[in-house]
Each structure stands twice: as C-alpha cells, then as structure tokens.
Design a protein around this ligand. Sequence first.
Ligand code: IMP
Ligand code: MG
Length: 180
Amino acid sequence: MDQHHLNRLITAEEIASIVKKLADQISRDYIGKELILVCILKGAFMFLSDLVRQLQIPVQVDFVRLASYGSGMKTSGKIEITKDIEIPIEGKDVLIIEDIIDSGRTLQFLKDRLALSNPRSIKVCALLDKKSRREVEMEADYLGTEVEDIFIVGYGIDFNENYRSLPEVYYVTPIDHPKK
Ligand code: IMP
Ligand code: MG
C-alpha cells in the first residue's frame, strides 16, 4: 500500500468517552486489589497513558515489547518477548493493556507467558477488536469497541511505524491510480 488515504474512524471525544467508561469499570472491579497494568509496546502507549489518568484506584505500570515475525500487516505464529516486565507479578492481579486484537495470537502468547509467574489473575483490556479475524480463542475482559476488518492507525497504532502520534483513530485505504 504505497499511496493511501487516512479515513477518520473514532474522534478524540469518542476515544475519551470509551476510555472513561473502561476506567470506571476497572476502578470498580479492582478496588482493594494489587493491580499491575502490563502495557504492550508500542501500540498501546497512548491508550495506557489516557487510561491510567482516569483510574480512581492505585495501580503499578509495566511494559512488555513483543516481536512477531511475518509480513508487516499480520501477526505470524512465532512471537518473542524483546522487552520483559520488571515488576514481580506473583500473587498480583494483572491487566494486559492492548491496542487492537486481530488473530488473538499476541495475547494468547503473552497470557500464557505471564501465567508462568503465577499472578493471582490475568485479564485483558483492549481498545479495539477485529473479532472477525480471530484465529485462536481470545476475548477481551474490557473492550473499547469492535471494528471491521480494516487497517487501523493513529492513537499509538502504526503503519510501518508511522501515524502513532495522531490523537484520533483512522483506517487506511489505498489510492487507486486510473490506468492510462
Ligand atoms: P494479533 O496477534 O493478530 O491479535 O495482532 C495484534 C497486534 O497486531 C496488535 O498488537 C497490533 O500491533 C497489530 N495490529 C493488528 N491489527 C492492526 C491494525 O489494523 N493496524 C495496526 N496494527 C495492527
Ligand atoms: Mg501491538
């Protein structure tokens, strides 16, 4: 996809209300618990930073970076951790913060991997979900909104490392060149 259009899908106001709703639910559900948010880099950094500021409970924050090998627009079977969490999670409640669920393989890998450290619980909070693309069983416990099978950028989410800084969510469409 060389030349392409960005089409706005979710406005800053809509994102703010989605984030507030999720933060309220999480704050209610984890009151009195020792909650650790594990943010998947890089895509979820903006979502995490907005979410934590709306929470009404104390939390700890950690980061994980995953690499998946395959074509640029799809997660292959082979996933690796290239930056691990640093906070001990044994006996703690863990909530994974993800930008977008597609095949479900990234989250399946990370949940299995974090489970080896014996946390008290592991749940998932995702901003976006392309449910129609699922290849393995995976449900977000907290979900912003479902999206069609389209390629998303903005609000932390990239296309070849571009567009992460945009404050709103867009989808990418190719520009068709008329044949001469
Ligand atoms: P999964 O492992 O197939 O569920 O893929 C999830 C990961 O793929 C996300 O963390 C994103 O990094 C990336 N991804 C999935 N869909 C999109 C998209 O539409 N735009 C940008 N990245 C995406
Ligand atoms: Mg990602």
